[in-house]
Ligand binder design. Structure first.
Ligand code: HEC
Length: 89
């Protein structure tokens, strides 16, 4: 789900492609600063409402509640961004 809904902007492992940093100011979600404060609740809120500046769309209504919780738990899990994917950015 992350790969199909989120990776275009956030990159396959949370490290955003350069074009998305330039266009939307997407920040590195694999960075230690973010990993230290990430929780399922934080990601769930973000996915439901989108970003404050509306550059990230709200997914509430677009995907189901269980899907929102699943993708949020995945992004908050230690498996996300570690180990880094070998895929090219
Ligand atoms: C159209 C581009 C786009 C898509 C698609 C997108 N995002 Fe974002 N996302 C952003 C932008 C822009 C921000 C705000 C800048 C930043 O903090 O990176 C953001 C921020 C976030 C944050 C940071 C919240 C915080 O408090 O720092 C999380 C977590 C996040 N997105 C998760 C997701 C997840 C999970 C998905 C898929 C369901 C997703 N995003 C899809 C563009 C996108």
């Amino acid at each position: 789900m992350f790969q199909s809904l989120c990776a275009t902007c956030h990159g396959p492992d949370g490290r955003p492609p350069a074009a998305m940093i330039a266009r939307y100011g997407v920040r590195d979600r694999a960075a230690p600063e973010f990993r230290a404060r990430v929780t399922t609740e934080l990601v769930e809120r973000q996915v439901r409402s989108g970003s404050k500046n509306k550059l990230m769309p709200a997914f509430e209504g677009a995907i189901s509640d269980p899907q929102i919780r699943a993708v949020a738990a995945f992004v908050a899990s230690p498996q996300f961004a570690s180990p880094p994917l070998a895929a090219p950015r």
